[in-house]
Design a protein around this ligand. Structure first.
Ligand SMILES: Cc1cc2nc3c(=O)[nH]c(=O)nc-3n(C[C@H](O)[C@H](O)[C@H](O)COP(=O)(O)O)c2cc1C
Length: 419
């Protein structure tokens, strides 16, 4: 079944049932456009055989990045993005940009003035600044930003966009009752908390063509007390239709509870191939929208049985593809039976998932430079190297941002001098 093509409601057809899931690359140029590193990386994924390729999160607001080195939508469509779309869509592979706003969940060093549905901080206050509650006007402009970014993605030649409403970022914060304490139209019951996501979906759909794919990534749960519950997720799924969206990708967790990596789940769920597959069955009962499930898939048998059981239409793979971008092709031609994850020495406690993330980011960097990923090593060392590299990315980003307003400032008597 893995090798069967799939047609989304918008008419987009892909060659097989494997999606390369989003992995933040942090490899963009200082202006937020893709350069040679991202072209090489996505060429490797395109050749690797996945039917659907989801980019790492692309910031819809350049003043609110998830991390330095994020692609940002401000220069969409633009020739750099058009090049990326061309490089990543060979054969029947199709690429979607994942659109995101991090809200309160960006490190203090990246966003010192974050916004959120309500002024509720993350527990790790040393690393994350206190967010400010968004105004009604800011929420309305945010909707427009998503729509504009989607239109730009279409004009650049991408096959669609995925709206990131999972993993504790802004749209997911709006869905979560412990973070969204608003009493206006954007808060309250699940209908109110999902209003922003619905309006983003409607605004995006209205701005793009009929054949352009629009998907959402949702948490099956936040796995913290008072967080988003599965019944709420099913309620959200019930209110979206195939006319509006082409798929729901189900994942789970937040920075505080990184369930998407299998941390903080019950031992039986974490061990299961496809952590969220049982939850997907429940969500699926509420909707006819196609479903992608991501997280924990490793073996061809596991992927096949998830598809055959009807729990999902596509399986999403992230970490195994950072170690072997050609894994989809090899699973499909039968030359391998499973994908590997890295054999890592990890620190104890909350730093473990950060160290793991750092390791995989390093492997994306290696591929982007034409090198080979490494499957074994020390996660703590990768974390330190990544923190140092992020300082360099920050330096380049800040230098670019400081220069840009100067260039944009009109000189006296030269009113039209704009970049
Ligand atoms: C290096 C790295 C970066 C990630 N960045 C993103 C991201 O930008 N957006 C997103 O939705 N998920 C992101 N994820 C989560 C993956 O999409 C996926 O949900 C998770 O890794 C579980 O899938 P896996 O078990 O196949 O790795 C990232 C994962 C990794 C390893």
């Amino acid at each position: 079944m893995l090798e069967q093509p799939f047609t989304f409601p918008c008419g987009l057809t892909i060659g097989n049932r494997i999606a390369k899931a989003s992995m933040t690359e942090r490899l963009a140029e200082p202006d937020g456009t893709p350069g040679i590193k991202l072209l090489r990386l996505y060429q490797a994924f395109a050749k690797g055989g996945a039917g659907l390729i989801l980019s790492g999160n692309v910031a819809v607001d350049p003043d609110h990045l998830e991390g330095y080195g994020n692609m940002t939508s401000e220069h969409l469509p633009g020739s750099a993005f058009a090049e990326l779309a061309r490089h990543a869509q060979v054969g029947s592979a199709r690429m979607l940009l994942q659109l995101n706003h991090p809200g309160r969940q960006a490190m203090r060093d990246v966003d010192s003035a974050p916004v959120a549905p309500s002024a509720v901080p993350l527990q790790a206050k040393r690393f994350f600044a206190m967010p400010r509650e968004m105004t009604d006007g800011e929420i309305v402009s945010l909707i427009a930003r998503f729509a504009e970014a989607a239109e730009g993605a279409e004009r650049a030649g991408f096959a669609g966009v995925e709206i990131h409403a999972a993993h504790g970022y802004l749209l997911s914060q709006f869905l979560s009752p412990n973070i969204n304490r608003r009493t206006d139209r954007w808060g309250g019951d699940i209908a109110g908390r999902a209003r922003l996501l619905h309006q983003v979906i409607c605004a995006v759909r209205a701005r793009v063509g009929k054949g352009f794919a629009v998907g959402i990534k949702l948490n099956a749960g936040d796995f913290v007390s008072g967080g988003l519950a599965l019944e709420d997720v099913a309620a959200v799924a019930k209110t979206v239709s195939k006319e509006q969206i082409d798929f729901i990708e189900l994942s789970g967790g937040t920075f505080e509870r990184p369930a998407s990596f299998g941390y903080g789940l019950s031992p039986s769920t974490a061990k299961r191939e496809g952590y969220f597959i049982e939850m997907a069955r429940i969500v699926r009962d509420s909707t006819a929208v196609p479903m992608i499930v991501t997280g924990g898939f490793r073996t061809r048998d596991g992927m096949e049985s998830a598809l055959q059981s009807g729990a999902c239409d596509l399986v999403g793979l992230a970490r195994p593809l950072a170690l072997a971008p050609d894994l989809p092709a090899r699973l499909l031609d039968g030359s391998v039976e499973y994908g590997s994850v890295a054999d890592l020495r990890l620190p104890r406690g909350p730093a473990a998932s950060l160290a793991e993330l750092s390791w995989y980011r390093e492997q994306l960097l290696a591929i982007s430079k034409g090198g080979s990923p490494r499957v074994r090593g020390n996660g703590s060392v990768a974390l330190i190297r990544t923190l140092l590299r992020d300082r360099w990315l920050k330096f380049k980003h800040v230098r670019y941002r400081n220069r840009r307003p100067a260039a944009a400032r009109p000189l006296p008597g030269v009113a039209s001098r704009q970049p």
